[in-house]
Design a protein around this ligand. Structure first.
Ligand code: SF4
Length: 316
């Protein structure tokens, strides 16, 4: 594919029209996010981590809980791993919380409590990939760019490239170039949340084209209107009995025990979850994995949430 040729096919008037229509849509539909307007790199980092693999509706809830408990980068860095995991609660994918904790410690110890703005430095921090790095740059430092996620890929892939299922079909390099072309100058802090919202509520996996403000200029609209069958964007796997399900159960019990400062043996933990011997074996492996990921501690036959007793909480 000749990317330059593809980009030149975007009519200039459509660029302006897409920007205008989406900005108008944002005025009526915008959810005010606390990290959107105040150029706080710490808030932007937390928001970027919360946004990974999380529905828009839950991001704010997790973000608020985190900032209420750890209002500054130092407060987060100096918390124990158990405190971090208590606050993260049942938000899912707790490795994100552990990585955020490690990142805060690095920023405090190595960067004088400042979160870097350079992408090369940002993506070296634990749990910070190109998407989260872009969120930090946009909302923390006012840099004009697009943080490309699946929502934004879906909108641009459909409206501009004409692909009904952009996550499967569109060239990521082309999406990047389109994103740079369509970004309204100086408005990245409004444009990004607008696109994310629009992708989460209108141009969804099963798009609501009939009520869409872009339907007259969307290149994929006729194909979608013809009744093309859409594949699910993600493999749907059963959560019940999955490793994720049991990891969540183990951490939930350990959070409760940690609240009551109770010691707990590894054997009692497993038996409290199941009497099935095969499942017990699987749970033992999951407990080992959680310990390797520094989410729980193991000492002899005891187990607990977060750092092992007596560990140095301020080390990186
Ligand atoms: S017309 Fe349909 S596919 Fe195109 S942007 Fe709107 S919702 Fe998405």
């Amino acid at each position: 594919m000749n990317l330059q040729f593809e980009i030149e096919r975007i009519p200039k008037k459509n660029v302006g029209l897409i920007q205008k229509l989406l900005m108008e849509w944002a005025k009526d539909n915008k959810i005010p996010f606390p990290w959107q307007n105040n150029r706080n790199p710490y808030y932007a980092l937390v928001a970027g981590v919360c946004a990974q693999q999380t529905q828009m509706s839950r991001i704010l809830e997790i973000f608020n809980r985190w900032i209420d408990s750890f209002p500054t980068i130092e407060k987060g860095a100096n918390a124990s791993r158990a405190e971090i995991l208590q606050v993260w609660g049942n938000a899912g994918y707790p490795r994100r919380a552990a990585n955020l904790h490690k990142t805060l410690k690095i920023c405090v110890n190595k960067y004088d409590s400042i979160i870097p703005h350079d992408e090369d430095l940002l993506i070296q921090l634990p749990g910070v990939g190109p998407f989260t790095a872009s969120i930090i740059q946009i909302f923390g430092y006012g840099i004009d760019k697009t943080a490309i996620d699946t929502n934004i890929t879906r909108i641009y892939g459909r409206v501009i490239c004409g692909d009904p299922q952009p996550v499967h079909e569109s060239d990521p390099k082309l999406i990047q170039i389109v994103a740079a072309q369509l970004l309204p100058s100086g408005k990245a802090h409004i444009w990004n949340p607008t696109l994310m919202d629009f992708g989460a509520t209108v141009c969804t996996a099963k798009p609501k084209c009939d009520s869409c403000i872009l339907k007259k200029i969307c290149v994929a609209r006729p194909k979608l209107h013809s009744g093309i069958e859409l594949l699910p964007t993600k493999k749907t796997s059963t959560f019940m009995n999955s490793n994720r399900y049991w990891r969540g159960k183990i951490l939930k019990i350990l959070r409760e025990k940690n609240n009551n400062s109770e010691n707990f043996s590894r054997k009692n933990l497993v038996v409290s979850l199941t009497k099935d011997l095969d499942l017990q074996e699987k749970l033992q492996k999951l407990i080992d994995d959680l310990a390797k990921e520094e989410l729980i501690w193991l000492q002899e036959n005891m187990v607990g949430l977060g750092d092992s007793p007596g560990s140095n909480r301020n080390s990186n």
